[in-house]
Ligand binder design. Structure first.
Ligand code: DLL
Length: 433
């Protein structure tokens, strides 16, 4: 793999500023953001008043802890535009969650917000090793989902040549990679695996492709998966994080030279980690729920938004801004199986360590006789692996899960192609309880 470290001279000054400079900017912007939300969004006026706090009460960054949280239900209650802080005709773009599980949540951006999104997402693509003039194959979905258009606005800001292919039509993905020779690909890690399979199906060697870096996010993935993908494509694999409520992709990004967690672009998004049960902020380094406050957003300011994502804050390394550890999972996706907490990423780690198995998997939960049961559906790594060998790999995986996670699960190893493929975010848990 090539060294893709961006020259230090190409970084924004704030990326390598001192902590004092960063904090001075944060406090100034935080005061603006709290006042902007309080004055323009009835929800924040009411919630601050109810908590007995006023934006003027904030004199230090730690004072933020006195302000109330915002949760997804608040967005639903204000559907569609009730959380906007500017008149509708100043909103340049709207995105929304799919709404398959309930009321969709709607977010908006002014032209200036889109400009700032370009700054943070462009910075993220640069941190991955891309520079002006490079070709990017963008396979995140375009549409109401923020992935496709969010990466796109960053690619424009950085001056890349973007192929806005979006998700799906996997044979065409491979064809365009072969023909256009992109340097970078932006895609969910699970869909990257589908593209990988398609390379093999077409008799092509993915290691011979032009790709030098993959920028993966929108769903949890492990370091074991990173190694698998890096080896399969002979390219770097780095992590990008974000969520619609806070902006979209480009809230935090891993640097290609360090691959040690994701630097949060703290000049636009202020992070906290809280104890999910008590809501009390914890020290940097401790595991908890990630909470974000936007510092510059005009159309949709967000104050202390509870992401439900579990991670910890770590000091800066390749950049001065703090890092977040790779997300373990969402608290919503935590399975409690007979008293043991389990995340799909733990199953992924065990799977990746088991020989003979492909990296695709799904977890099925059922309750046959009042006891919760977990079944892991995965598949053989190669078509010539027979039934007996598959059963053997299944036993291996079950033993590994028992040993490292502490739960007994059933494992089914299907022939190649037996696990449903994703074209975007993978569905890891099928709950039949
Ligand atoms: O998934 C934004 C995005 C698009 C990020 C493309 C990265 C790349 P939402 O659809 O609102 O936005 O989903 C946000 O996805 O709260 C996390 O639970 C999860 N997520 C996003 N990035 C990562 C990541 C986009 N790198 C939700 N690792 C978040 C783990 C992630 N989980």
């Amino acid at each position: 793999m090539k060294d893709l470290t961006p020259p230090r001279s190409s970084l924004d000054a704030i990326e390598i500023a001192s902590r004092d400079e960063i904090e001075a900017l944060q406090i100034e912007r935080l005061k603006w953001s709290l006042a902007h939300a309080y004055e323009n969004v009835p929800h924040y006026t009411a919630s601050f008043d109810a908590a007995g706090v006023h934006p003027d009460d904030l004199t230090s960054l730690s004072d933020l802890a006195r302000f109330p949280f915002t949760v997804k239900q608040d967005l639903r209650d204000n559907y569609p535009f009730g959380m906007f802080a500017v008149p509708r005709d100043q909103v340049a773009r709207i995105h929304a969650s799919s709404g398959t599980t309930g009321q969709p949540t709607v977010v908006g951006y002014t032209a200036n917000d889109l400009h700032n999104w370009g700054i943070v997402m462009g910075r993220s693509l640069r941190a991955a090793g891309l520079q002006r003039g490079d070709l990017l194959h963008n396979a995140y979905g375009y549409g109401l989902f923020t992935g496709g258009l969010g990466v796109h606005v960053g690619a424009d800001a950085l001056g890349l040549t973007t192929v806005p292919v979006s998700g799906g039509m996997t044979p065409r993905q491979v064809r365009l990679i072969q023909d256009f020779k992109p340097k970078g690909i932006t895609v969910t890690p699970s869909y990257a695996l589908s593209i990988l399979d398609e390379f093999h199906a077409q008799g092509l060697d993915p290691r011979e492709s032009s790709l030098e870096v993959g920028i993966f996010g929108a769903e949890p993935w492990t370091n074991a998966m990173r190694l698998e993908i890096e080896d399969a494509f002979d390219m770097h694999a780095v992590d990008v994080y974000g969520l619609s409520e806070v902006m979209g992709p480009g809230v935090s990004m891993e640097c290609v030279e360090s691959k040690d967690g994701l630097h949060i672009w703290e000049d636009h998004f202020f992070p906290e980690i809280i104890d999910p049960d008590t809501g009390v902020p914890v020290e940097d380094g401790a595991l908890g729920e990630l909470v974000f406050t936007s510092l510059t957003k005009e159309a949709f300011p967000i104050i202390r938004y509870r992401t439900r994502d579990l991670t910890r804050l770590l000091p800066g390394t390749a950049r001065s801004m703090r890092r977040m550890e790779k997300v373990t999972g969402r608290s919503d996706d935590m399975i409690i199986l007979r008293g043991v907490n389990v995340f799909p990423t733990q199953i992924e780690e065990c799977l990746m360590a088991t020989p003979g198995l492909a990296p695709h998997f799904q977890i099925e939960l059922s309750r046959p006789d009042r006891m919760d049961q977990m079944r892991v559906l995965c598949e053989a790594a190669a078509p010539d692996i027979g039934e007996q060998a598959r059963a053997g790999s299944g036993r291996d995986l079950a033993a590994r899960i028992k040993q490292s996670v502490g739960i007994s699960v059933a494992v089914d190893v299907a022939p190649v192609g037996g696990v449903a493929r994703s074209e975007g975010k993978a569905v890891r848990i099928v709950d039949r309880r």
